[in-house]
Every structure is written in structure tokens, then in C-alpha cells.
Write a protein that binds this ligand. Structure first.
Ligand SMILES: *Cc1c(COP(=O)(O)O)cnc(C)c1O
Ligand code: SF4
Length: 383
């Protein structure tokens, strides 16, 4: 594919200069060498005073972990670097706002069995692990993710699978977490086999940020497992073009070759990607690598992420910019996941500028992406 990307290995910080290429490309090595404490960032980047103090105050609330791979994508000299902002703690995470919610999407309330959320008639979300290679500061599941006491046990997983088997309305299962690719290949293969045995489960999705934070995890072995259960819908989470590199591209290629259908669910984040040109570049890049932008998610009402929130107007502006300027495949839905378990709704810019009655129904005046106006006769036999 025509995308001249560096490897993260080439960009690795001085701390990792002696690491072999083979180690770097091993996800076990990446996992074992994650940066977790302020001292680990020596030879990687200079922590700002804010980041340093945030480390002390925050890490017991929501853990810090950064793979060497993801750290290599950071700008060591710029605290506003979009990659850095997503992974390094910030004092604003401690600000409490009265409207913030512990479980913003009421995921626990909609759990018929522990570890499975059944909100929509045909879809169920299965929590398989509460670990992730990198703990995103904007995570909506902050309260659970990274907390080892809440990890899904074998019994819990079995109860989730039993529930799906006993509930024929569930056609679409989302394997989620945390990040399900923190499971072993065997465990993941087991879950996929069990799900494929259930006749009414038509769609299996895997929600994972590993292509971004730990692309080395997408091994040939893993690809073979996914291929066996093809098609698996893999929904990943790129938020910024700076997260692309050769390793990520290889991971996406492998998933495609394994028959996976790729989608991207990004979160709109203030100071990270709340810019129409950034999103345009990101979506072009995703399409170039066979991954369709699926959702732009409004940052929700979870505790400790309000500093990342943008006004709804921002998302609408971005949608308005995309439509018409990039092919429809590059225009995702802008969705808000409603608090209290209302589910996702889509927000769209308003293209209607006027309506007049006519003898056939109505004349609707629309504007297009360039702001030009067009009259459309909406024929309505009921008139
Ligand atoms: C987002 C979500 C889904 C999937 O929604 P889609 O709009 O189909 O992608 C399913 N269940 C829960 C609980 C969700 O939050
Ligand atoms: S990878 Fe997903 S679940 Fe894990 S911390 Fe990031 S947003 Fe949360």
C-alpha cells in the first residue's frame, strides 16, 4: 500500500536503543517493558511538572501503562502531543464535576449476568478482560478497566456465553473489555468457537485498541484463529493520524488477509483530535489501510474525562466538513451514547434551510456542503 510510514522501531527513544528488532516486534517484550512509573520515562521524554505530579496523585485511581511502541510515537518535546495526551496522566483527571457519573452508560444496570451488557434487542456486549496494553486517559470504563479485582473469571465468562446461547434475540456479540486481545490466543479461540457454535449468533465483533497501542499482538497465529471464524468484525480505535506507523499498517493488513472487516471507533477529544483537518487526514489514512471510519463518539459523562470533552457543536462542524469532501466511506456517524443506558443516537448537521408547500407536497430547500441551495420537490401522495 502507498503510505510511506516509519516503523516505531526506527523512532524508538534512547532508552530502547539497545533493544533488538526481534524483541521490539514481540508483544511479550512490549508488554513486559511497559512504562508505568515516572522513572520509566527517563530516556523517553521529559515529564512536565504537571505530568509528574499527576502521576503521584492519580495512578492509584486509574493506572498508567504505556507500551514502548506507543511511547515511540510521542513527541518527546511537546506536552501537547496528541499521542502523549492520550496516555500520560494529567491533573485535570482529578477534577470532580457534579454531573459526572461513575457508570455513565449504565452498563452494570443492563447486565442480565455479570460481565455482559444487553441493551439493544439484538446485540450483547461481553466483557472479557479489564486489562489494556495502554490505559487511555479518556477511557469511559475507567472505573473498571485496570482494576484487577474486576477481571472476568472463567465462571463469569461461561455465564455470559450461556446467556447468549439461551437468548435467541442476540444476533450480534461484541467481545469487549478492557481489551480482549490481552487474553491468550487459546482463550480467545475458545470464546470464538463457543460463539460460532450458537446458531443465532450471526455477527461477532472484536473491540480492540491493540492495532494502535500494541500492533505486535496481531501475530500470524492470532490471524489464523480469526480466519477460522471469519468474518470477524474488528473495531479498533485510532484517534489521530500520528498513531499510524508501519507496525500498525502491518497489523491491519494481517487482519484484512484473515478476512476481518475493519472499522474504527474514534473518540472526539479536546486538544487531541478536535480539528476537521486532523479527522480528514485520519479518515483518509484509515481508508487507505482498509479500515472504515465507523463512529465518531462524543466523549461521555464518565468521571475524570471532562477535560477532554468538546461541545456537541464541534462534532457537528467536523461532520459538516467531511460530507462532500471525502467519499461517503470516510464519513462515520457522529454518535452520543446517552447517559443512563439510553443507547447511542446519531447527530447530523442540518441540511434543510427552508420548506414551502407546493401542489405535489412540499418544496424543501437544502444546502449542500458548499453552501449552495437546491430546491427538492418532496412528492407526498398524502397531500
Ligand atoms: C455501543 C454498544 C453496542 C453496539 O452498538 P452499535 O451501534 O451496533 O455499534 C452494543 N451494546 C452496547 C452496550 C453498546 O454500548
Ligand atoms: S483500550 Fe479501550 S478499554 Fe482500554 S483503556 Fe483504552 S479506551 Fe479504555
Amino acid at each position: 500500500m502507498m503510505d510511506s510510514l516509519n516503523t516505531s522501531y526506527e523512532r524508538r527513544p534512547p532508552r530502547f536503543h539497545d533493544v533488538s528488532h526481534e524483541d521490539w516486534q514481540s508483544w511479550h517484550w512490549q508488554h513486559q517493558n511497559r512504562l508505568r512509573r515516572p522513572g520509566d520515562f527517563e530516556g523517553v521524554l521529559k515529564l512536565s511538572q504537571q505530568e509528574r505530579s499527576a502521576f503521584e496523585d492519580i495512578s492509584d485511581r486509574f493506572r498508567v501503562a504505556v507500551t514502548p511502541h506507543y511511547a515511540a510515537l510521542m513527541d518527546p518535546d511537546d506536552t501537547h502531543c496528541p499521542v502523549r495526551r492520550q496516555a500520560l496522566p494529567h491533573p485535570d483527571e482529578l477534577l470532580d464535576h457534579s454531573f459526572e457519573l461513575e457508570d455513565p452508560l449504565a452498563e452494570e444496570e443492563f447486565m442480565p449476568v455479570t460481565g455482559l451488557t444487553h441493551r439493544y434487542p439484538d446485540r450483547a456486549l461481553l466483557y472479557t478482560s479489564h486489562h489494556c496494553p495502554v490505559y487511555c486517559r479518556h477511557c469511559t470504563r475507567k472505573r473498571k478497566v485496570s482494576n484487577p479485582t474486576t477481571a472476568a473469571s472463567r465462571d463469569q465468562l461461561q455465564a455470559g456465553l450461556d446467556y447468549i446461547k439461551a437468548t435467541p434475540a442476540v444476533r450480534d456479540v461484541i467481545i469487549s473489555g478492557g481489551d480482549p486481545l490481552t487474553l491468550s490466543d487459546d482463550r480467545l479461540g475458545f470464546i470464538l468457537s463457543r460463539l460460532r457454535e450458537i446458531p443465532h449468533v450471526e455477527v461477532i465483533r472484536l473491540g480492540t485498541r491493540n492495532p494502535v497501542t500494541l500492533p505486535q499482538r496481531i501475530t500470524e497465529d492470532l490471524a489464523q484463529i480469526l480466519k477460522k471464524h471469519s468474518p470477524i468484525y474488528v473495531h479498533t480505535h485510532f484517534n489521530h493520524p500520528a498513531e499510524f506507523c508501519s507496525e500498525a499498517a502491518v497489523a491491519l493488513e494481517r487482519l484484512l488477509a484473515a478476512g476481518c472487516v475493519l472499522g474504527n471507533q474514534m473518540v472526539l477529544l479536546r486538544g487531541v483530535n478536535d480539528d476537521q483537518e486532523v479527522i480528514m487526514t485520519l479518515n483518509r489514512r484509515l481508508l487507505l489501510h482498509g479500515c472504515r471510519p465507523y463512529y465518531i463518539l462524543q466523549c461521555d459523562m464518565a468521571r475524570g474525562i471532562t477535560h477532554f470533552r468538546t461541545p456537541l457543536r464541534k462534532g457537528l462542524e467536523i461532520m459538516d466538513h467531511l460530507r462532500g469532501r471525502i467519499g461517503g466511506m470516510g464519513v462515520p456517524d457522529f454518535v452520543v451514547d446517552l447517559p443512563g443506558g439510553g443507547g447511542k443516537i446519531e447527530l447530523l448537521p442540518d441540511y434543510i434551510v427552508g420548506k414551502e408547500p407546493s401542489e405535489h407536497g412540499q418544496v424543501i430547500r437544502f444546502r449542500n456542503f458548499q453552501g449552495n441551495e437546491y430546491a427538492f420537490v418532496d412528492v407526498d401522495p398524502a397531500n
